[in-house]
Design a binder for this molecule. Sequence first.
Ligand code: CO
Length: 470
Amino acid sequence: MANIKAKPVKITETILRDAHQSLIATRMKTEDMLPIIEKMDKVGYNSVECWGGATFDASLRFLKEDPWERLRKLKDGFKNTKLQMLLRGQNLLGYRHYADDVVEYFVQKSIANGIDIIRIFDALNDLRNLECAVKATKKENGHAQIAISYTLGDAYTTDYYVNIAKKVQEMGGDSLCIKDMAGLLVPYKATELVSAIKGAVDIPLQLHTHYTSGVAAMTYLKAVEAGCDIIDTAMSPFAMGTSQPATEVLAETFKGTEYDPGFDQNLLAEIAEHFRPLRDEALQSGLLNPKVMGVDIKTLLYQVPGGMLSNLVSQLKDAHAEDKYYDVLNEVPNVRKDFGEPPLVTPSSQIVGTQAVLNVLNGERYKMITKESKALLKGEYGQTAKPVNKEVQKKAIGNEKPVTCRPADLLKPELKTIEEEMKMYKQQDEDVLSYALFPQVATEFFQYREAQQKSIDVSVADKENGAYPV
Ligand code: CO
């Protein structure tokens, strides 16, 4: 062993973003995070993923928190650790394509408020949808990590990923991530895939997977042995199930080997101690559904990512049709095929999932087609790996002409208009972006914020009048 050169695996901690997005519908509050970040800052993580994805929407919509304020508070606490976010290319954190001026401004403000590494992906792996965000990140001296959505299907051979990896390097990605949203990458396939990619590009390779199908920890082991530089894990109270493998487990797995990340298990135990009551609380309130905690080997069949599984469960619950769960899971691959075999990740996972729910609940396929399904079939999200089903496309868009260019080329600058529309609410520059992404939700949040500020003023001025924030 003495002559073996150490190449410690780097670890990105996801408990502040993906882990709670996957397990408890992104409901972790800033106040749940702040007391522990000083300790987390001492672990030696490559980065902490703590922003982006669904956290932005959930903060404004459900938690009545300003996401920008959260980011600034996290930045204050993490003095030594890089902060990482997840960005859906031209979709940013929303569900449509934004014009380039909004994308550039969003990236600029994310980095200005504390983000170091931006993981940028496109649901369809259409790299044209990443160009603008990647350029903007590099312009602001951020680290642009380009993520390829990993999925299975006829189009998705090892060569497919190697070719995209080469393009990622050419377009200036500082690192590359294989983003396996559903836990579809099995251990020996990881050996093959990682070796092939490492043989083709020089930039660091990170692997992101979910525990859903039960193989994730083994997949990381094989990936690291094959040369993968960085892996994503979550502290054990919010690990496994539809989340990531546990940080403590992987740290221990590599201990004493050339890959040893050198983490202190006692420190990790203290951090886990902080999060455990939050998990117990979530289980008790029903926020954490035991259904998403087990191993679901069927995800290998349905290829449904963690967040999407819990969304389907709640959509069916709302429709009082929970017994249709497996019918919907069976319909998902059919819809996916009709839609050009896209990887199932936000927003395509929601689009395919909702369409599958409609197809099942209506008892007839494509009797109703959502606006988003139409847009996907029309090419408004970009190019799919396979052609879409022409019949279904015809049913959805009639004689409209499909889009073949970079979709954002069709969008005029929109920042000025948005700024004008929301100026009565603006208290900081970043508010413009919150409004750009979620106009209605942000407006409600701004009104709540104003009401709260007023009631605080009133209660300071006149404690007797009983006005309190709602
Ligand atoms: Co994920």
